[in-house]
Design a binder for this molecule. Structure first.
Ligand code: F6P
Length: 522
């Protein structure tokens, strides 16, 4: 597979020229006035998601050059290599196949379209594992004696299931409460343990590696609490979701659901890591979640680049980061249940594309991952939108709105939709008729993602869309989006500092760490 780094393509230089000539000065208001087709040209239907891209700082000529950039850098071959099961996670020599977790079983009547033949056996394993997990989820759902499910995991082993269980709150079975413990800060676990009883609690220890110190510490404490409270049946009250079944057994957990090293932590909600979601919304709901994501996989895999939503979003990310030099992207879901969606996307983008060297280890001469941040609307409007409208930095905003609400309270939804439309409008239009403090420059870009309703299918599609757009920008940047060596150093240093906190030895420490350590021990 041939990948060419974006800055080594002819299109890169042409984009630079186009940016200087007209891109930098593009005015959205003028662009709309000049082209009555702008909304149509810059909107894109994808499975379960409609996207209005027209309020982005891009014209048709730039979009054509960006698509050229994608072709010249080998995006299609790279994408196809992922779907062929090549070891595109080169620094760990691993395949990248989270998409296989949502691929339907091969129908013997219809020779598979979406899966390479050599993967049939792996796909079979995926479905056997999925069936076992969904069967277990249904048993837990039917077990009225279990009232609390406590997921112990961090990073991808927490954010995915937590985000999805909260987002699909309307679909969650009554009679069960879901808790998520991630932080090694004992306050978090202690607060949950105060609310639950051993005989009615199921602890899910979620860890791909089963070595993560936070998760292991919390799991040990939960088990010690369970036994101290008189709990006996570990097999009934603890289950492990992990690729390291041996370590889970050694820990004393016999109920395990496995997955594979080709599922990255931040891409693992579709695997056994999704068990809390499967318990919450049931086997059928979880299948719909997978199906929505699969529809998006097929769109990404087969739609022409110019009508491919993940591609169009990923190209805008590159345009903004490397030509406009915007440093962040704000995500604003106008649905209160999408509370953890910004945090989920933060890990997805920043752990994947927060890299300073290319796949060969060469330092990059251009910027990669933007900072991703945000809060649900309308809350953000009363906190930081001031800066988005009138601050010195331009921050592209990505709105998510949902057409049909799941409640029947009169007035609320219209008001919510009016607000999200008005914010996008205000960012673009600004307000020129007042000077000084009341002046809004406008021309601030935004993307508008629209779902018909927030349900398991559309959430699956939305999350898969985000995974693939991160793939697209990472691919053009020439980096490996699937490793995360950057989290290792802190882990190693924490081990050293932990020992020093007990014995007080500050020899060889920098003066700041030593000073703080002495204060903490005093
Ligand atoms: O520290 C980073 C990380 O490896 C993430 O990529 C991952 O999602 C998280 O830690 C948790 O890892 P594990 O599931 O192995 O406990």
């Amino acid at each position: 597979m041939n990948r060419t780094r974006c800055d080594h393509t002819p299109a890169w230089g042409q984009l630079q020229t186009a940016f200087e000539a007209s891109g930098r000065a593009l005015d959205l208001r003028t662009a709309f006035a000049a082209d009555p087709r702008r909304f149509e040209v810059f909107s894109q239907n994808a499975p379960h998601v409609f996207a209005d891209l027209s309020k982005n700082l891009v014209d048709e000529a730039t979009q054509a050059l960006l698509l050229e950039l994608a072709r010249q850098s080998g995006l299609e071959a790279h994408r196809d290599a992922m779907f062929a099961g090549d070891r595109i996670n080169s620094t760990e020599a691993r395949q990248v196949m989270h998409w296989l977790l949502r691929t339907p079983p091969i129908d013997p009547a219809m020779p598979s379209q979406s899966v390479h033949r050599h993967m049939a056996e792996t796909l079979h394993e995926v479905h056997t594992t999925l069936e076992a997990m969904l069967d277990y989820a249904e048993r837990v759902r039917a077990d009225a004696a279990i009232t609390d499910v406590v997921n112990i995991g961090i990073g991808g082993s927490d954010l995915g299931p937590q985000m999805a269980v909260l987002a699909l709150d309307e679909y969650v079975t009554p009679g069960k409460r879901f808790h998520f413990v991630s932080n090694v800060d004992g306050h978090e676990l202690a607060a949950v343990l105060k609310k639950v009883k051993p005989e009615s609690t199921l602890f899910l220890v979620a860890s791909k590696t089963f070595t993560t110190i936070e998760t292991m510490t919390n799991a040990h404490s939960a088990k010690a609490w369970f036994e101290a409270q008189g709990g006996t049946d570990i097999a009934r009250h603890f289950a492990a979701l992990t690729t390291n079944v041996v370590a889970a057994h050694a820990f004393g957990i016999s109920t395990t659901f496995g997955f594979w090293d080709w599922v990255g932590g931040r891409y693992s909600v579709w695997s056994a890591i999704g068990l809390p979601l499967a318990i919450a919304i049931g086997a059928q709901g979880f299948r719909e979640f997978l199906a929505g994501a699969h529809d998006m996989d097929e769109h990404f895999r087969t739609a022409p680049l110019e009508q491919n939503l993940p591609v169009r979003l990923g190209l805008l990310d590159v345009w903004y980061r490397n030509f406009h030099h915007f440093t962040s992207r704000s995500v604003a879901p106008y649905h209160s249940a999408l509370k953890r969606y910004p945090a989920y996307l933060q890990q997805l983008e920043m752990e994947s594309n927060g890299k300073r060297v290319d796949a060969e280890g060469q330092a990059l001469p251009y910027a990669t991952s933007p900072v991703v941040w945000g809060e649900p609307g309308t809350n953000g409007q009363h906190a930081y939108f001031q800066m988005l409208h009138q601050g010195t930095d331009v921050v592209p905003v990505e709105f998510v709105a949902v057409k049909k609400p799941k409640h029947s309270l009169p007035g609320h939804h219209t008001l919510l939709l009016a607000n999200v439309l008005a914010q996008a409008q205000a960012l673009m239009l600004g307000k020129a008729d007042a000077g000084g403090h009341k002046h809004f420059t406008g021309n601030r870009p935004s993307t508008f993602l629209l779902l018909d309703e927030l349900n398991p299918t559309s959430l699956g599609a939305l999350i898969a869309l985000q995974e693939h757009r991160v793939f697209v920008s990472g691919s053009l940047w020439g980096i490996n989006s699937f490793d995360q060596w950057g989290v290792e150093l802190g882990k190693v240093l924490a081990k050293d500092v932990e020992a020093r906190l007990s014995d007080g030895n500050v020899a060889g420490l920098d003066a700041s760490t030593a000073g703080l350590l002495v204060r903490l021990r005093a």
